[in-house]
Ligand binder design. Structure first.
Ligand SMILES: [Zn+2]
Length: 307
């Protein structure tokens, strides 16, 4: 189970092709690019950071959202953000605990690093010196200098960051994982969803703390906010239509598994079942393994709910 629980933390990052190929020549990453999403929000959704990152420009500072997978790439991202705006990043918001959203935290050591309480709890328990050292050794090109930097401020349920012009409403919904949160900026009708939205992809719902019922509620809550633009954790910048597709899909999966459990079928037979709902998108690396984890986790949650 060691490797599985490891996977749970790194999500799929370590298996994916790294566009920067790590090492020295890499990183004339002057090519790191942000896309301007609204007046105050920029995002990088090309996949170079694995989990997407974004930043919000307030009057006197920047608020960065998630720190991606590779510290070296994130260092360039932070530089670029500060260059673009002439402002300094003072706060980092973490949407959830997966490695492809937090391993760049060390680049923001001088900042306030904010997450929901469960995120800090999960990260503190997992990232022992041993686990950190293992990753340094396993992927030295990217992580030889890895330091795990934990959130230094936590909230429960909701948190707000504001200045004269903008409000960042952070809401913990759980679902994708315990502690998963999204950020909504009502003045610009933009929502930064973290992995609560996989756009145009099959979502990953195989985390040990994933809860498809809570995720369904989270989708509904985000849709209710009527955002015009949504920055997902993976996939292209999107809108409500992409969110609705994921909501419909998750409902389908839950119904399918409820039916499977009600028929008295066994968990071992789940992976063999041919008609488990699927979205017709390009599979990502290690798709089979991750999708099976999603199915199995859904089985566990549904079974517990129904018995
Ligand atoms: Zn995730």
């Amino acid at each position: 189970m060691e490797s599985l629980s490891h996977l749970n933390f790194l999500f799929r990052g370590s298996f994916l092709h790294n566009p920067y190929k790590y090492s020295k020549e890499v990183i004339a990453i002057n090519m790191f690019e942000f896309e301007k999403i609204t007046e105050s929000v920029w995002a990088h959704t090309k996949g170079d950071t694995f989990g997407h990152v974004a930043f919000v420009k307030l009057k006197d500072r920047l608020v960065f959202i998630d720190s991606g997978y590779y510290p070296k790439v994130i260092e360039e991202a932070r530089k670029k953000a500060e260059e673009l705006t002439g402002l300094t990043v003072k706060q980092l918001l973490i949407t959830h605990h997966h490695g492809d959203h937090i391993l760049g935290n060390q680049v923001f050591e001088d900042c306030e690093i904010i997450s929901s309480k469960p995120v800090l709890k999960i990260l503190s328990a997992y990232w022992t010196e041993d686990n950190t050292e293992n990753l340094r050794k396993r992927e030295p090109e990217s992580f030889s200098e890895l330091q795990i930097v934990l959130p230094n401020k936590t909230f429960e349920g909701e948190y707000t960051i504001t200045d004269d012009n903008l409000t960042l409403k952070i809401k913990q919904t759980n679902g994708h994982s315990n502690g998963s949160s999204f950020i909504f900026i009502p003045e610009e009708e933009v929502l930064i969803a973290g992995d609560l939205l996989f756009a145009k992809e099959v979502p990953y719902f195989g985390d040990d703390t994933a809860d498809p019922y809570l995720w369904i509620e989270a989708y509904k809550e985000m849709i209710k906010l009527s955002p015009k633009i949504i920055v997902p954790g993976h996939g292209p910048v999107s809108d409500i239509e992409a969110m609705q597709e994921q909501l419909d899909y998750m409902e389908k999966c839950v119904k399918w598994v409820e039916n499977f459990v009600n028929k008295g079928e066994k968990k071992e037979d789940l992976e063999k079942a041919k008609d488990f709902p699927i979205l017709d998108y390009e599979p990502y690396d290690n798709f089979e393994l991750l999708f099976n984890r999603s199915k199995n986790r859904t089985f566990d949650v549904v079974k517990e709910k129904l018995t």
